[in-house]
Design a protein around this ligand. Structure first.
Ligand SMILES: [Fe+2]
Length: 207
């Protein structure tokens, strides 16, 4: 018999972008972030044993952070154009929020999603090198519910989870509904990331 079609239903796009001149930007960001971390208390969300800034990344005026915010906005728009080419971006307002995570040895993030947004992302300022194991990996969890015996086939399409360890300079973008968590950092160096949420809202027409 001849295959007529194989449709991949309910796809979950996870995108990676390379940020230009990331080495220079990361050096600047590292300096700015360490100064912020030393000056501010931070908050506890899904972070365990790490430092998490407040959510006001887009209101800050440090030049490195402002440059990164522009890259975040670009990746948010690029992901939308790729996945939803018919969506009228100009008829909507983009709302973005972001925060910094500094994760020393032993720090990790518990499983969570980011409700009330379309896209979420993470930029990797530093990512300690790892020879083996899962230190510092982000793991996405299957949003489709129970796969039952389908996992026996060991096919990627039927897997429960997907793990990656993005390199520094990478902007990762994924749907906000997608559950994820971060494996503990087992390296002596700190892992620094900047996470964000983005959503489009219909623009209110002038009366
Ligand atoms: Fe997250």
């Amino acid at each position: 018999m001849k295959l007529q079609a194989c449709q991949n239903l309910f796809p979950t796009p996870v995108l990676s972008f390379s940020v230009p001149e990331a080495e220079t930007l990361n050096a600047q960001l590292e300096q700015e972030i360490r100064a912020i971390r030393d000056a501010e208390d931070g908050v506890t969300r899904t972070n365990r044993n790490g430092w998490h800034s407040d959510g006001g990344l887009f209101q800050r005026d440090e030049p490195g952070i402002a440059a990164l915010c522009a890259h975040i906005r670009d990746s948010f728009v690029a992901a939308t154009r790729l996945i939803a080419p018919g969506f009228d971006i100009d008829a909507h307002d983009a709302r973005l929020q972001g925060w910094i995570n500094v994760s020393p040895q032993g720090a990790y993030n518990t499983p969570h999603s980011h409700p009330r947004h379309q896209w979420s992302g993470c930029y990797y300022v530093t990512q300690p090198e790892v020879e083996e194991g899962q230190s510092g990996m982000i793991e996405f969890l299957d949003p489709r519910g129970s796969l039952s015996d389908a996992t026996l086939l060991r096919a990627q399409a039927f897997s429960h989870s997907f793990r990656i360890r993005p390199e520094q300079g990478t902007m990762l973008v994924f749907p906000s509904f997608l559950q994820h968590w971060v494996h503990p950092n087992q390296q002596p160096q700190e892992r620094i990331t900047v996470a964000w949420n983005g959503r489009f809202k219909p623009r209110k027409k002038n009366p």
